[in-house]
Design a protein around this ligand. Structure first.
Ligand SMILES: [Zn+2]
Ligand SMILES: [Zn+2]
Length: 136
């Protein structure tokens, strides 16, 4: 994900409005390794800017995702998580506390897959389930 300053320019270049609320969300998501849900980000943003709406949070996250600045990830625990790391990576999820971390997997492009029958694969996401160091 680009820096908050670059995002401000990119939003304007795309004809999107840049408000202080949106700029706060840029700052909160930049370098964020927590993989927050929209609700979690809303709670965090509300502390710094009471009155920010959940709708603004959703809209900003959706805009960032459609610009390719955020990845949406589904760890099977309900709400979608948002990830500013758009590098090629995978995830580990703790079954006890729900913590999601980035992991890098060597050879994920060289997996032997049976049964594709002409299906063309664009991307691969690998999700490891287990217990984090705190919960183990
Ligand atoms: Zn845990
Ligand atoms: Zn990630």
């Amino acid at each position: 994900m680009k820096s908050p300053t670059e995002l401000t320019e990119a939003f304007r270049a795309n004809g999107l409005k840049v408000t202080p609320q949106r700029q706060l969300l840029f700052r909160l998501m930049h370098g964020n390794t927590m993989h927050p849900t929209a609700d979690a980000l809303f709670s965090e943003a509300s502390v710094q800017m009471p009155g920010i709406s959940l709708r603004t949070v959703y809209q900003t996250l959706t805009d960032l995702a459609s610009m390719g600045e955020l990845r949406l990830i589904d760890v099977g625990a309900g709400a979608v998580r948002f990830d500013p790391n758009v590098d090629d990576h995978h995830h580990v999820v703790c079954q006890a506390c729900g913590d999601v971390r980035d992991v890098y997997v060597a050879g994920s492009h060289e997996l032997r897959i049976d049964g594709l029958n002409g299906f063309s694969v664009d991307s691969t996401s690998i999700l490891f389930h287990g217990s984090c160091a705190r919960c183990a």
